[in-house]
Design a protein around this ligand. Sequence first.
Ligand SMILES: NC(=O)c1ccc[n+]([C@@H]2O[C@H](COP(=O)([O-])OP(=O)(O)OC[C@H]3O[C@@H](n4cnc5c(N)ncnc54)[C@H](OP(=O)(O)O)[C@@H]3O)[C@@H](O)[C@H]2O)c1
Length: 340
Amino acid sequence: MGYKVVVAGATGNVGREMLNILAEREFPVDEIAVLASRRSLGTEVSFGDKTLKTRDIEGFDFTGWDIALFAIGSEATRKYAPIAAGQGCVVIDNSSLYRYDPDVPLVVPEVNAEAVEGYAKKNIIANPNCSTAQMVVALKPLHDRARIRRVVVATYQSVSGAGKEGMDELWDQTKSIYNPTDNRPPKKFTKQIAFNVIPHIDVFMEDGSTKEEWKMVAETKKILDPAIKVTATCVRVPVFVGHSEAVNVEFEEFLDEDEARDILREAPGVMVVDKREDGGYVTPVECVGDYATFVSRIRQDSTIENGLNLWVVSDNLRKGAALNAVQIAEVLGNRCLKKG
Ligand SMILES: NC(=O)c1ccc[n+]([C@@H]2O[C@H](COP(=O)([O-])OP(=O)(O)OC[C@H]3O[C@@H](n4cnc5c(N)ncnc54)[C@H](OP(=O)(O)O)[C@@H]3O)[C@@H](O)[C@H]2O)c1
């Protein structure tokens, strides 16, 4: 006895990972439907040891389906999420469309699992931005101990955060650098991404920040605590998978670096790798395929009264998207939905 589950966007980076994670975690699935656009009709995707054929989301009847995991971008979500939700299927959405809607819970289960219970207002639950998800997993246990006043974060975000086209662009452009006859100008990104870094993700806002930076501010407040001040600089780097963050935290109370390390070691979803020696920290290639949010380089910031510096790394397609969505489905199943 399980659930009837839909994965929308099953041909994309996040959708494929959602299928992997549903299978890995043995989510109780009675029946599964995989959807994408008409372009992908019949495309095969893997679910555990099964191969499934993708169906067109247009015209799909969500009636009788329990949970739909959406990863189809904001535009398509605007069209299809209300249809699914209206037909009685709970949508867990990866796009940014509903994240700031007061009637839609924005959930990272390690931080605010109880918020899932507010799903019924719209039958929709939002999954946060990838950079926010991993940061709040690391910050929550420290906030509980010493109250965070302000966070200054710089991100180093992999190209998979920009979908499969982003990964293709890094791959093709990297090869073309060695072949002068094969010119690959930027398409998905605004400047060359191979052997470069780009301090621009999503559109510019009026105050000069980018939407990605604004998302980190707004989502941290909604998930963790509206009183926390956040300032972010979001940067795209030529890494395929895995987002990294240099995080500076100012607390209300003093928090010793050793105590912070002990707190993080016990925290759900966190893995501390922090030896002060060559290689005693985590880099993005090591976190690919993992569930954890890794924290390294934990150290006092002596330039402010109660400051700590952290290096936070996670697989953006997992904790930043697919894993978090499946964890939300698990909480929803345990607390709110009947099986079968
Ligand atoms: N990548 C990340 O780290 C990350 C993290 C958090 C949230 N997200 C969000 O997750 C969503 C998906 O991202 P992604 O990285 O998986 O992108 P992606 O690799 O480009 O895949 C996009 C998916 O959406 C489907 N799609 C696009 N337009 C559609 C339409 N009109 N109707 C039905 N399906 C449509 C595509 O189907 P076709 O193959 O048929 O085109 C594909 O399955 C986005 O909202 C993104 O912001 C991504």
